[in-house]
Ligand binder design. Sequence first.
Ligand SMILES: Cc1cc2nc3c(=O)[nH]c(=O)nc-3n(C[C@H](O)[C@H](O)[C@H](O)COP(=O)(O)O)c2cc1C
Length: 225
Amino acid sequence: MSDVQRFDYAGTGLEDSVPQAPWELVSRWVREAQEAADERADVYEPSAMAVATVDRTGLPDVRTVLLRFLDPRGPGFVTSRHSQKAAQISDTHLIAATLTWAPLFRAIRFRGVAQQIESDITDEYWGGRPWGSRISAWASRQSHPVASRQVMEDTVRDLAQRYPDMGNPDDVPVPPDWVGYRIHPQEVEFWAGRPDRLHDRIRYAAASPADLDDAAAWSTTRLQP
Ligand SMILES: Cc1cc2nc3c(=O)[nH]c(=O)nc-3n(C[C@H](O)[C@H](O)[C@H](O)COP(=O)(O)O)c2cc1C
């Protein structure tokens, strides 16, 4: 890695005066990343979010999911109750995540507890997914072993016959393992890359998990890069 390319970061700084609660910045940075992805080839999958959980022995785990819900209660994603992450959430409730937009020199980190998202919200989202994705979700017992790819493809073929694509959101029923989690945060940190690695970091902290727009709950600290 010694020949790694080095280039300076020209992110927009976080001035000393930031909003009292993190919601305004979270929603603005997510929106700006999505707008940048529409306009720039170097910004793609702006919703990709690394989500860390902890198992019952204290061993951390991390994987990428897509940010699918964002409101003042925190960022949310969908997954399977069969997954390793769901088991870890059930065991410890602890969760952290980061959204990183390297070409924009920006990142946001969240730490907090996982909350299950209300099923009317995740069911509605289910109906908007492409038919093939809905079939694949039924076919997969996420994070469990399978003998071969052929086994999965055979399962998909059987399910496609059972739930054919009629072009309707309810062609494929919501599977029982379909679940969404949100990160109800206790800490939110904004990172803005600046020239000469003199980056900006502003951390919002609350005494306990709080809504992102609850001005009374949050205090801010500037951290050294
Ligand atoms: C770009 C990208 C997006 C992904 N989105 C999701 C997602 O939204 N939900 C999900 O359960 N897995 C998603 N995955 C797969 C996960 O990274 C992971 O493999 C899977 O959830 C199983 O993780 P677990 O065994 O730790 O539970 C995505 C992977 C990538 C690379």
